[in-house]
Design a protein around this ligand. Structure first.
Ligand code: FES
Length: 112
């Protein structure tokens, strides 16, 4: 399913190396969506709930292309959502995100 983009934040809302969660009542998705800002300043979007247990990836640490879950430290690729190390084994879903003039636009359910 594709959707229209939603302006969900401005860049300054998301500190480098951190994330913020956008509520599913805004995104219209099954899960909240984590906007994650890598240490090079780029922004990625993944389903917010870790695929291992219930933890918010938006509260994790973002660095060098990966987000680390705050609960048991599984890492997920920011681009693909693939789990990189145990205990998580399943990917989390990535969503398309675009930054235009410092505004962050999210395209829920669209592949990046
Ligand atoms: S809840 Fe994320 S690794 Fe366990």
């Amino acid at each position: 399913m594709s959707s229209t983009g939603i302006r969900v934040a401005v860049l300054d809302d998301i500190p480098i190396g951190e994330g913020i969660a956008i509520d599913k009542t805004i995104t219209g998705t099954d899960d909240d969506i984590a906007l994650l800002r890598d240490d090079d300043g780029s922004v990625y979007a993944l389903d917010d709930t870790c695929s291992h247990e219930v933890a918010s990836l938006a509260e994790g640490w973002v660095e060098a292309g990966y987000v680390e879950c705050p609960m048991h430290a599984s890492k997920f690729c920011l681009k693909s959502g693939e789990a990189q190390c145990l205990p998580a084994t399943q990917a989390v879903r990535p969503h398309r995100v675009e930054v235009r003039s410092s505004e962050v636009w999210l395209f829920p359910n669209e592949a990046p």
